[in-house]
Design a protein around this ligand. Structure first.
Ligand code: PLP
Length: 237
């Protein structure tokens, strides 16, 4: 057993314990919270190690990177791969082939492309998508604008190949994890309002990363996206 395998296993146990404790503090069950290990920039071997330690959900942020890594990871039964990074619409067809979920849909044309690609390649079943919301108007971040959300969501739920399950956001980075709380609340409110308007359940809120997932759990998240706390630091860009 390699050293890094032990580290991933221990990190995973630690993150799981923090999820359990945060859920308990919030009066929630940890079963309501899916842990997505964000494996971007990490080698395929790190994904396999986390899988062997019991992790089943993985997040990658680039189509090309995941196309390369998945070649050496053929047999991982039950593993679910989420695209969590901005998707250019000219890569939608490739993304629909290799991801189980696209958590970063930010406009209707992209959703339409995913819908077409999914129906051509996968056929049966629906591709789960989340709408990423441009929650804080930061220039460097993507996502659907809040004002466009009701209309975009209404059109996306009409696409039969897609299953719109909820919303995702990335609040502005801050050393003070507490700074994210208002954004988490805002996303939850947007989700609640949207569910009412669409008269359908939108069960998923994807919010919370290594430095603030406990706070996100207090604010109702159902999926946390945790990279460095599981896999260690990423190489500098
Ligand atoms: C990189 C990334 C994460 C994980 O960030 P950490 O701080 O390493 O936990 C989560 N979500 C998205 C969209 C990311 O790009």
């Amino acid at each position: 057993m390699t050293v890094s395998r032990n580290v991933i296993r221990e990190n995973l146990a630690c993150v799981r314990e923090r999820i359990v404790n945060a859920a308990r503090r919030a009066g929630r069950s940890e079963k309501e919270i899916t842990l997505i290990g964000v494996s971007k920039t990490q080698p395929a071997e790190a994904i396999r190690e986390a899988y062997e330690a019991g992790l089943r959900h993985f997040g990658e942020n680039r189509v090309q990177e995941w196309e390369g890594k998945r070649e050496s990871l053929k047999e991982l039964p039950g593993a679910v791969f989420h695209l969590i990074g901005h998707l250019q619409s000219n890569k939608a067809t490739r993304a629909a082939k290799i991801f189980d979920c696209v958590d970063s849909v930010d406009d209707v044309p992209l959703a339409q492309r995913l819908q077409r690609a999914h129906q051509e390649t996968a056929g049966a079943g629906r591709l789960r998508v989340l709408i990423e919301v441009h929650i804080a108007n930061e220039v460097a971040k993507s996502g659907a604008e809040i004002e466009q959300l009701p209309d975009a969501a209404k059109r996306i739920v009409e696409l039969p190949g897609l299953d719109l399950a909820g919303l995702m956001c990335i609040p502005p980075f801050s050393d003070d994890a507490g700074a994210a709380r208002p954004y988490f609340r805002k996303l939850r409110d947007l989700r609640d309002n949207l569910a009412r308007q669409l008269q359908r359940e939108l069960p998923v809120l994807s919010m919370g990363m290594s430095h603030d997932f406990e706070l996100a759990i207090e604010e109702g998240t159902t999926e946390v996206r945790v990279g460095t706390a599981i896999f260690g630091a990423r190489p500098a860009k």
